[in-house]
Ligand binder design. Structure first.
Ligand SMILES: [Ca+2]
Ligand SMILES: [Ca+2]
Length: 84
C-alpha cells in the first residue's frame, strides 16, 4: 500500500525534464561560458557553465559543436549560423 505522502514525495522528486533529448534547453551563451575571456570556450569552461542536468550531456554537446575537433569552441562553432 502506498501512502499519499509517498506519492507526494515521488512527484516532488520527479525530474522536470519535458522530453528526453530535447535539443535546446537554454544552454548558456558564449560570453557566459568563456570564463577567462580569451575568445574560446574550452570543454572545462563549457561544462562548468552548465546546470547539473546539462552536464550529463555536456560532453556530447561540446563534441557536436567542436566542428574542427581542436578541443575548444570558437565563437563561430558555439553559435553556428542558422541552417537554411
Ligand atoms: Ca576561455
Ligand atoms: Ca574547435
Amino acid at each position: 500500500m502506498i501512502s499519499a505522502l509517498t506519492v507526494a514525495a515521488f512527484l516532488f522528486a520527479a525530474p522536470a525534464t519535458p522530453e528526453p533529448g530535447a535539443p535546446s534547453q537554454q544552454f548558456p551563451d558564449f560570453a557566459a561560458c568563456d570564463a577567462n575571456r580569451d575568445g574560446k570556450v574550452t570543454k572545462a569552461e563549457f561544462i562548468a557553465a552548465l546546470t547539473t542536468d546539462q552536464k550529463k550531456i555536456g560532453e556530447r554537446v561540446f563534441a557536436a559543436r567542436d566542428a574542427n575537433k581542436d578541443g575548444v569552441l570558437s565563437r563561430e562553432e558555439f553559435n553556428p549560423p542558422a541552417p537554411k
